[in-house]
Write a protein that binds this ligand. Structure first.
Ligand code: UFG
Length: 337
């Protein structure tokens, strides 16, 4: 058994990753402050995998708590670092909260790793670090051009990690996610935002009658139907990329950066249409103004991930929307029971 520390371990992507890890020879220690998640998600992961998880309710800003976690588990061999604030709009309004939480929290984590001799880490990064790339699908060598405080924190967290890896001989996998959507096919775990900032959770809540209509942020972009195009990736595929990254770090040294996307884009209208097929009724929407900071289109080149990680997205649009709808309809209140 290999013990892994999962920061932000009760969140959307972590929950799905934990289920995949627990199919293998991994033992998990979770740390989460439950600001944007809850204990019920952890319980459901335990129930789905029929395994026990050790979890700590603690903040990465609390250095003493981090020290306790590492001291109580001297056999932690790798870290998967998910914990971060992640709402783009909120980051523009409260940049200092984002820098404090994401940067200081990460620094505390990296220092604790150094102190306790843990030298392998998988980092949850984002395609947002590319900003509005010059060529798409964008590959990992494209320049870093984040355009908002949230994106800046992700690119800084990457850079701090890379510098630390070079100085301390760490082995690091940086995963740049495109747009994660969907849910576990059991319908037991999924995305549970307090207020949806992203397209699919919003569409899902409109389909469920919780919200009145979707506002499409502009239909005059230079894309085939005029609405924004993104590379949506099924969260279960994304979860598997983490398992493969952990395995990769057990075998090869140094810093590795991977795009985790499909390479294929869908527009906002295509996503709404696919969701209508999943839920079996029409979804009300209207076209509104562009959202500030948005870009027309971004997709990721996943070839390096295939070549070096042996990872490739297996699930398509239908599985994304079907699973999202299954989760939404089985859990109209999210994790609130
Ligand atoms: N959109 C709408 N209406 C909505 C929400 C979104 O039309 O109510 C559109 C957006 O304009 C965009 C597309 O749907 O064209 C996807 O928007 P999301 O907010 O779901 O996702 P983004 O691509 O803007 O951003 C997401 C995450 C970021 C991450 C980024 C990486 O929110 O954290 O992907 O590309 F960094």
């Amino acid at each position: 058994m290999q013990k892994i520390l999962i920061t932000g371990g009760a969140g959307y992507i972590a929950s799905h990753t934990n289920v995949e890890l627990l199919k293998g020879e991994y033992e998990l220690v979770l740390i989460d402050n439950y600001i944007n998640s809850c204990e019920e998600a952890v319980k459901r992961v335990e129930e789905l995998s029929n395994r026990k998880i050790t979890f700590y309710e603690a903040d990465l800003l609390n250095e003493a708590a981090l020290d306790t976690v590492f001291s109580e588990h001297p056999d932690i061999q790798q870290v998967i670092h998910f914990a971060a604030l992640k709402a783009v709009g909120e980051s523009v309004e409260k940049p200092l909260d984002y820098y404090t939480n994401n940067i200081t929290g990460s620094l505390n984590l990296y220092r604790a790793m150094l102190k306790h001799g843990v030298s392998k880490i998988v980092f949850s990064s984002s395609a947002t670090v590319y900003g509005d790339p010059e060529t798409i699908p964008v590959d990992e060598s494209a320049p870093i051009h984040a355009t908002n405080p949230y994106g800046h924190t992700k690119s800084m967290m990457e850079q701090i990690l890379i510098d630390s890896a070079h100085a301390n001989h760490w082995d690091v996998a940086i995963l740049r996610y495109f747009n994660p959507v969907g849910a576990h096919d059991s319908g037991r775990i999924g995305e549970d935002p307090s207020y949806p900032n992203n397209l699919l959770p919003f569409v899902s809540q409109v389909a469920a009658g919780i919200r009145e209509k979707v506002v499409v942020f502009g239909d005059d972009w230079s894309t085939p139907d005029g609405t924004g195009v993104r590379d949506y990736i099924h969260v279960v595929d994304l979860a598997k990329a983490h398992v493969q990254s952990v395995e990769k770090l057990n075998q090869s040294k140094g810093v590795h950066i991977y795009n985790i996307g499909t390479g294929r884009g869908y527009s906002v209208l295509e996503m709404i249409k696919a969701f209508e097929d999943a839920c079996g009724h029409s979804i009300r929407y209207e076209v509104g103004p562009r959202r500030s900071g948005d870009i027309a289109e971004v997709t990721g080149d996943p070839r390096k991930s295939l070549r070096e990680l042996g990872w490739k997205a297996e699930l398509g649009l239908k599985e994304m929307v079907d699973s999202a709808w299954k989760w939404q309809s089985a859990n109209p209140q999210g994790y609130k029971v």
